[in-house]
Design a protein around this ligand. Structure first.
Ligand code: ADP
Ligand code: MG
Length: 795
């Protein structure tokens, strides 16, 4: 009954999964749980929901599809709606703040977080006839938990005579954590492999591994490929949004000044000797015949002029309504402060190759990262302008979650930016690290989708062999889990250690999470164990409290939920909601390193910076109000921008990130509604013209912040302590000094006691989001602090 357009139909038929429709559907029909593995681009996400729809699954309930990223949930639902010729009210999406779901919805794409919330409300997910967990190889925390939950829901639904099908889809064959885990699935689910055409990809390793400046190396390599090798798109993997923009800008500069020149063919063996643009590289495997053909093709290929003017170096995603800013703690596009410093250096670097040349081919340079506006992401699906070469500079979003057509060359830095989280101290830092062998191979595979390709690895085979892990560790083992634990307890899963995680978080993280939740009053105090050996047992079966239940209803981290739960006093709730919203959104101020190219631009930038600093000072308040510190600045920024209706113009002139401010507005609305539905008595409403808090309210706010962040108290060091001179603080459980960042509103004051939002280690361990608190509040407001700082430990 689906009426697809002929073009769509034709495109579908080229997808490998179409040939497997029958096998896939029989697998799903005959088994409660099925795993589908297929290369990125084989058609899993767009086609499997359509197969299910056509097989009538939508008549028995919704077809639900979860994605780890919001962008994917939105864009995939739109793509499938288009392919099926159905309105978005039928093929819909639901993300944290927005959705197109209606009574007619049959296929629902959503983030894994959204489905998790639905499980909390209706454990059996009775609305659904089938759930597809997509991108399971990414091993995002919610994906993992959902698979654990569904492993129990599926048999329960079977018992009730209303079966639910579970389809787990993965871009890699690494699914042992799902299949070999008997606690998870008693009956091993069948794995359906979708074979896709993959052309051979020749891997070229560097002889040497550039240690520091791999960006310059990338730049050099891309230009070299561009001017010596036959047509075909180039896909570059770097570690973050900032590197993407830096490189795009560099390529643009090349385009402006002159452009990569076609090298004269003097080698006698043709310009593309062994497809290796660089002597520094060791070819590992060659498809010589193909190379020969390509050489011929290259000879016929005329190189026209360069033009990169269509590319704008500074993306400002003003129209963007949908992005991944708040979801998830780990994001490959996270930017560390160190990077901001790098950027300045990059700007000053001399651009290579600035000779003018006649024979120039334009590079069509496109950025790709997860926070990029969807319409700009979609540009990579369009063929590049006639006679130009597409160069996509991407973070690891291009590794598996989307397929860029026409890529023949991959340039892989082999690196990824990870957020490291110290389980004991809670200090996080961003580090550029080697990816895994598995993801290196995924990246290389991107080059062989349409014809044989080449992957240039900017590291040596020895480094790949010795320093790369086989696989990336699942996210759940790498970040704090208190939010998950609270949600699980809210579902009545008291013994979290017994939960069938595909990969269990380690005991240290589970304990830390329970301790924090107990301290926040979300979980009951465990009874004092009579014998030491019972201690652990008791500890891991603590139950949720009423406060905990209320907190679990709020879509923010437990420490923020705690603040909201205390917001009733003195009419503080609207302020607490605004604060929590601002704290949840990453970095509300625009990066300060956009210096511009011309003197006029630089001058304007300087002025803006001065104005921003001035505004921050005003927002920081005076007298005792200023003790709320960085949070007072946040509150001031939100209040001021809302007062004028949160316009792009206001944000630009005040150095605020417009997207962040829009995000905050949405979160305020969401949280206001959530609070009203948890507690109908409080009747809080969202006043856009929020007047500044009174000094009583500010004092109350500081206490509320302390109650939520009591585990992040820091005390100014005493004069005899190492680090005192440098303005050091000492914080619970952290060895050595931590510091207030020079950008902080409290940098000059150095109050005796502060609480902070988080510590990020860049050049030093810096506290972010700092508020001053009073000594005498500590024991009163945070009675469990002791339990917290002195965890139950073996004697
Ligand atoms: P998989 O989930 O197996 O990685 P998808 O179903 O996402 O594969 O993609 C199948 C094909 O559909 C790919 O070739 C991809 O390029 C194409 N495609 C996906 N989204 C779009 C879009 N918005 N516009 C055009 N083509 C798209
Ligand atoms: Mg997919």
């Amino acid at each position: 009954q689906v009426k697809r357009s002929p073009e769509i139909q034709e495109a579908r038929l080229r997808l490998p999964i179409l040939a497997e429709e029958q096998m896939v559907m029989e697998g799903i029909h005959d088994n409660p749980v099925v795993i589908i593995c297929g290369e990125t681009g084989s058609g899993k996400t767009t086609q499997v929901p359509q197969f299910l729809y056509e097989a009538g699954y939508a008549m028995k309930g919704l077809i639900g599809v979860t994605e780890p990223r919001r962008v994917a949930a939105v864009s995939m639902s739109q793509r499938v709606a288009k392919e099926m010729n159905l309105p978005t009210s039928v093929v819909s999406y639901q993300i944290r703040y927005a959705g197109s779901v209606s009574d007619e919805t049959k296929i629902k794409f959503m983030t894994d977080g959204v489905l998790m919330k639905e499980v909390q409300k209706d454990f059996l997910l009775t609305k659904y006839s089938v759930i597809i967990i997509d991108e399971a190889h990414e091993r995002s925390v919610y994906t993992d938990i959902l698979i654990g939950l569904l492993s129990r829901i599926v048999p329960l639904r079977h018992k009730k005579g209303n079966p639910l099908r579970l389809v787990i889809m993965s871009a890699t064959l690494r699914v042992e954590d799902f299949t070999e885990n008997k606690r998870l699935f008693k009956v091993t689910p069948p794995v359906i492999k979708v074979e896709s055409r993959q052309f051979p990809v020749t891997i070229h390793f560097n002889k040497r591994t550039p240690v520091e400046d791999y960006i310059t190396e990338v730049h050099r390599k891309v230009l070299k490929i561009h001017r010596t090798l036959p047509p075909g798109g180039i896909l570059v993997f770097v570690t973050g949004q900032h590197e993407v923009n830096t490189l795009c800008r560099k390529f643009k500069a090349v385009g402006k000044r002159a452009g990569p020149k076609r090298e004269p063919d003097t080698s006698g063996t043709g310009p593309n000797k062994d497809q290796d643009p660089d002597e520094d590289q060791e070819p590992v495997h060659e498809d010589l015949k193909k190379a020969e053909e390509e050489k011929k093709a290259f000879k016929k290929w005329k190189l026209p002029k360069i033009s990169l003017d269509s590319y704008s170096a500074q993306p400002r995603d003003v129209e963007n309504d949908v992005d991944d800013e708040v979801d998830g703690d780990v994001d490959s596009d996270d930017q560390s402060e160190e990077e901001l410093e790098d950027e300045v250096k990059d700007e000053e670097e001399k651009v290579l190759d600035s000779e003018a040349a006649e024979d120039q081919v334009p590079m069509h340079v496109l950025p790709m990262y997860s926070l990029l506006a969807p319409h700009r992401q979609a540009q990579v699906f369009q063929p590049p302008p006639e006679g130009s070469r597409m160069v996509v500079v991407a973070t690891n979003v291009a590794e598996t979650s989307l397929t860029i057509p026409g890529i023949k060359y991959v340039v892989d830095t082999g690196r990824v930016k990870r957020r490291f989280y110290d389980k004991v101290t809670g200090v996080s830092s961003f580090k550029v690290d080697w990816t895994s062998k598995a993801s290196g191979n995924q990246r290389a595979g991107r080059a062989g989708r349409t014809e044989p390709g080449h992957c240039y690895r900017l590291f040596s085979s020895a480094v790949f062999g010795n320093d790369f892990e086989t696989f990336d560790p699942p996210e759940i083992t790498r970040r704090p889990v208190e939010d998950l634990i609270l949600q699980m307890k809210d579902m009545g899963i008291d013994k979290v250690v017994n939960f069938p995680f595909p990969t269990c978080p380690d005991e240290e993280s589970l304990k830390a999470a329970e301790r924090l939740l107990i301290a926040l009053g979300a979980l009951e105090q465990p009874p004092k164990p009579k014998r030491f050996r019972d201690m652990k047992k008791e500890f891991f079966s603590t139950r949720i409290t009423d406060v905990g239940r209320a907190m679990a209803c709020l879509p923010v981290a437990p420490c923020y939920a705690k603040m909201i739960s205390l917001g009733q006093q003195e009419g503080c709730l609207p302020y607490v909601i605004a604060l929590v919203s601002a704290l949840t959104v990453r970095e509300i101020f625009e990066e300060s390193s956009m210096q511009g190219h011309t003197d006029a631009e630089r001058e304007a930038h300087k002025k803006l910076q001065a104005r921003v600093a001035h505004n921050k000072k005003i927002w920081a308040g005076k007298g005792d109000n200023a003790l709320l510190g960085d949070l007072m600045v946040l509150l001031g920024a939100v209040g001021a921008s809302e007062y004028v209706g949160c316009t792009p113009g206001f944000c630009a002139s005040h150095g605020l990130r417009y997207k962040a401010m829009v995000e905050i507005r949405k979160l305020r609305r969401l949280l206001t509604n959530a609070v009203n539905s948890v507690d109908s008595d409080c009747g809080v409403f969202m006043d856009p013209k929020m007047s500044p808090p009174t000094s009583t309210q500010v004092k109350m706010l500081r206490q509320i912040v302390l109650a939520g962040l009591g585990h992040h108290v820091a005390k100014r060091m005493s004069a005899d302590q190492e680090g005192f001179e440098r303005g050091g603080y000492q914080s619970v459980g952290i060895e050595g000094a931590v510091f207030i960042h020079p950008n902080s509103a409290l940098f000059k004051q150095l109050p005796d006691y502060v609480v902070y939002q988080e510590i990020i280690e860049t050049t030093k361990p810096y506290m972010r989001g700092v508020t001053a608190v009073e000594r005498e509040w500590l024991p009163v407001l945070f009675p469990n602090l002791c339990t917290f700082s002195k965890p139950l430990e073996e004697p």
